[in-house]
Design a protein around this ligand. Structure first.
Ligand SMILES: [Zn+2]
Length: 382
């Protein structure tokens, strides 16, 4: 390929620097392709960090590792251990598999604290910079430690990556957060950190079969899950808009979840809100009949071409509906602006560009270089 792919200048429109930075000090087992390989990496990590009370492992892929049993974890350590799924929508602990809300609570409770974030975020940003990323949308701030660490780094001039943040609804009731929002209105234009909107997780992930799909998974015969009703979404978004968080961002992977986001946005549009620019995170499985609805709302799918690496594992559960995944071409052809982000799986725009061009599985997934670059925030090339 003799393509002229820029080295730098990219915006990653969906990633998680202030939470994934935890991987720098925890056990990174993402390279393991079997449980045996993972066990070796985990054992080495525990041996190198003998004094911890909690071990957190990243990279569990049910399709290749299977599911570690309590006895497998006991054989590694008697201390607390959490093995996080590659989707970041579930984990294994001694008590079994936790997903979605329970996983989210566990993940938030074990996030790095303020002082650690002041060190870990710049390190993670240096890694993103090395991949050509100059701006990032951090899609899930759930603690004041994350908000405060970003603001402090910005104040010190130590934010190497321009950061736009989206927050968990739990912060909307926190008086400290409300005080930050009030002060943001007065922030200097040279600031490299801003709070943009509310982030809601409407469904889960295909990997742990919690993505909400209209036709049941072929192997488990259920539809996944919706984590919020339409009315709950409408109420939370109205609350966030009233606080000045202007851009809602709703996570939707399964086709039925994407349809539900559109129901929510249509309801809010009918109430008089301007839905242009409102985001659908991942927007991964899209029914063709929903494409004109996205266009009419002016909503923006924020998609991950790099997710194609996992498509080989989805045929068993999605069958023919595999083809609904990432229809970049028909979305663009309908006049819809799409944005790309990595979701950190893996980080970096270049792998996404490659998938969106030469490694597309279906013709609907293949787009031109200029279109892929535009989706990563690079425009005006000649
Ligand atoms: Zn994400």
């Amino acid at each position: 390929m003799s393509l002229n792919i820029p080295e730098s200048g990219y915006t990653d429109h969906h990633t998680h620097p202030s939470s994934r930075c935890r991987i720098l000090t925890e056990c990174d087992a993402r390279a393991a392709s079997t449980w045996d390989e993972a066990r070796e990496l985990i054992a080495a990590h525990i041996a190198a960090n003998p004094n911890r009370d909690l071990y957190v492992v990243h990279g569990w892929n049910q399709s290749t590792w299977g599911t570690p049993a309590a006895a497998d974890l006991d054989a590694l350590t008697k201390k607390e251990i959490i093995v996080i799924n590659v989707s970041y929508h579930g984990a294994v602990t001694r008590k079994g598999i936790v997903t979605e809300k329970d996983y989210e609570e566990l993940a938030i409770a074990t996030l790095p604290r303020y002082d650690d974030l002041l060190v870990a975020i710049p390190k993670y940003h240096a890694y993103l910079s090395s991949l050509g990323v100059v701006a990032a949308h951090d899609m899930h701030l759930a603690t004041m430690d994350q908000v405060d660490a970003y603001r402090e780094l910005d104040r010190r001039g130590e934010l190497a990556i321009d950061t736009t943040a989206f927050v968990n609804p739990c912060l909307l009731d926190d008086p400290r957060f409300l005080a930050v929002i009030a002060s943001e209105a007065k922030q200097s234009p040279s600031s490299h950190f801003r709070l943009a909107g509310l982030k809601l997780f409407l469904d889960g992930a295909i990997g742990v079969r919690t993505a909400f799909v209209s036709e049941p998974y072929l192997d488990t015969h259920d539809h996944g899950m919706l984590r919020h009703s339409k009315d709950e979404c409408v109420a939370l978004i109205r609350k966030s808009l009233a606080l000045g968080l202007a851009v809602p961002a709703i996570h939707a992977i399964g086709d039925a979840a994407v349809s539900t986001v559109l129901d929510v946005y249509e309801e809010l549009k009918a109430q008089g809100h301007d839905t242009r620019g409102w985001r659908i995170e991942h927007c991964e499985m899209v029914r063709p009949s929903d494409i004109p609805r996205i266009a009419a709302l002016g909503a923006v799918p924020v998609m991950q071409p790099n997710f194609h690496w996992d498509l080989d594992h989805y045929g068993d559960r999605l069958g023919e509906n595999l083809r609904l995944i990432n229809p970049f071409r028909p979305l663009i052809d309908a006049g819809i602006k799409i944005l790309f982000g990595s979701d950190g799986m893996p980080e970096g725009p270049k792998v996404g560009i490659e998938y969106a061009m030469s490694r597309a599985r279906f013709p609907e997934q293949a787009i031109a270089l200029e279109e892929a670059l535009t989706a990563y925030g690079i425009t005006g090339l000649d």
